[in-house]
Structures are given as C-alpha cells and as structure tokens.
Design a protein around this ligand. Structure first.
Ligand SMILES: [Cu+2]
Length: 149
C-alpha cells in the first residue's frame, strides 16, 4: 500500500517535471489583437495583422506561418514586409522575423503583415486558425477574427 502510493507520487512529480521543461523550451510570445481582413469579392488573398509580444528574456525568431490541415481554409500564408524603394511602395516576403528579448512587433498596414493565399469559405465574424512556427521548434495556434475590409 505504502509502496503503491509512493509510486503514484513519483509518477506525478515526473509528469510535473516534464511539463516544466516543455514550458521552459517554449517560445514565450503572446499574440494580441489578431485579425484578418476577408478577401475582397472575387479575390482569394487576405491580409492578417496582430501584435507580437516577446515577454521572454531571450530573442526569438518566427520562421513560418502555417494553415492547419483541418480546417484547410486557405492554401498558404507568408510573412511580408512593406518596403519603400525609389519613392515606390512594394511588399516582399521575409523568410523569418527575429524579435529581441522583451520586445514587441506590430503587424500593421504599411509594415509587417501576413498574406494568406487561396482563401475559401471564410465568413466575416467567424474565426480561423493559423499556427506560428518558431525557430526553437515550438508551435503556437492563434485564432484570427475575420473582419470585413
Ligand atoms: Cu503582402
């Protein structure tokens, strides 16, 4: 009886240790105010804005944005940045985005944004999921509020 109880206790402690190490390895970024403007009529491209808050003491790098297979509501997503070149405004895909420790990055019109391609069956007022992939291997699902532009 005594031995059984101790085994159960050890099991619990072991699980707690597992959780603690998983949390420590995880990128500590909080995503706030995440939304997507639904595609214009006849189009299938949408833009996403949000604020990323790296509250951790280490720099972190965002390496990809994925559309979950279920529900497969779009074909792909890319991180973009607007550039001013020779008085012209253009946008360009960026491979990754590094954030310093204790920093914030605002995705906004004229700056960083996420472009989503092949959007289908998205209702204004609903939410759709994307997954942020960080360089340390951690993944983070974020729900986007779908708004009308
Ligand atoms: Cu873009």
């Amino acid at each position: 009886m005594m031995i059984l109880r101790r085994t159960a206790m050890l099991g619990l402690m072991w699980m707690a240790a597992l959780f603690a190490s998983a949390a420590a390895a995880k990128t500590q970024v909080v995503v706030t105010d995440a939304y997507m403007y639904a595609p214009l009529p006849g189009r299938d491209v949408a833009v996403v804005y949000w604020q990323l808050n790296n509250g951790g003491g280490e720099e972190v790098t965002l390496v990809d944005i994925r559309i979950p297979a279920q529900p497969g509501w779009a074909r792909k997503a890319e991180i973009h940045q607007h550039l001013h070149r020779d008085g012209m405004m253009s946008m360009q895909r960026v491979e990754s985005l590094t954030m310093a420790a204790k920093s914030q990055t605002l995705f906004e019109s004229g700056g960083y944004h996420v472009m989503v391609f092949g959007v289908k069956n998205v209702q204004v007022g609903s939410q759709v999921p994307v997954v942020l992939l960080w360089q340390d291997g951690s993944q983070q699902e974020v729900l986007l509020d779908v708004r009308r532009r």
